[in-house]
Design a protein around this ligand. Structure first.
Ligand SMILES: Nc1nc2c(c(=O)[nH]1)N[C@H]1C(S)=C(S)[C@@H](COP(=O)(O)O)O[C@H]1N2
Ligand SMILES: [Mo]
Length: 205
């Protein structure tokens, strides 16, 4: 069977199961999308920091981070450029469990992901506490490819994929919302694929 036919059949099935958001088509590949070049990785200098409205600011080296307990999830991902990929398999540290390591102050309402080269994206803390949100470092049983965010990315399946921040270096807990890179460029602040929250206004591009 050719790929186009496979994709159309998958779309029918996912539509019937209520898993195909409006305006999306199925992909069998794993497209790479980001702004700017792919950063390198140096274990000697890499760290992951949490800061802002937390009880204790902390940092992990790559070796330390890999010792944290992980979970595996199978989920669908939806890119605002209209591809959806179904039943993707990820492993990483569940965000809700991760939060217990440093404690989050009650005033914190938003999580801002900070990445290499200054990319940021914002998500309400309430969404980040869902079961399916993780700091992912394996895809399909293998470490992430560099271009897909190695060593660590956030995975926020219930939002368009731009909220899943590649090359993560910091997580900021904030009382106020801080729209990030694409949100400032005109993408919707919430980005729920099932509500088709794609673009809002003209941004800075
Ligand atoms: N650090 C960083 N993360 C990012 C981006 C980016 O430009 N920089 N782009 C986002 C966008 S727009 C998408 S669609 C997804 C794509 O992830 P993928 O390349 O693994 O498919 O990464 C998101 N995370
Ligand atoms: Mo995107």
């Amino acid at each position: 069977m050719n790929d186009l036919l496979k994709r159309r059949q998958l779309e029918q099935k996912m539509k019937a199961e209520g898993r195909l958001p409006p305006g999306q088509s199925a992909t069998l590949d794993f497209p790479v999308l980001h702004y700017g070049p792919t950063p390198g990785f140096s274990e000697a200098t890499w760290d992951l920091r949490v800061f802002g409205l937390v009880d204790q600011e902390m940092r992990w080296t790559w070796a330390e981070f890999q010792k944290l307990p992980t979970v595996k999830i199978t989920t669908d991902i939806h890119c605002v450029t209209r591809w959806s990929k179904f039943d993707t398999e990820w492993e990483g540290v569940r965000f809700r469990d991760f939060m217990k390591l440093f404690g989050v102050k009650p005033e914190a309402k938003f999580v801002i992901a900070h990445c290499e080269y200054g990319y940021t994206t914002n998500t309400p803390l309430e969404i980040m506490m869902d079961d399916d949100v993780m700091l992912a470092y394996k895809f399909d049983g293998q470490f992430l490819d560099q271009e897909h965010g190695f060593p660590v990315r956030t995975l926020v399946p219930k939002r368009y994929f731009w909220k899943s921040a590649k090359w993560l270096r910091g997580l900021e807990f904030s009382a106020t919302d801080k729209p990030g890179f694409w949100e400032n460029a005109g993408y919707h602040n919430e980005g729920d694929p099932f509500k088709e929250q794609r673009m809002t206004r003209r941004g800075f591009f």
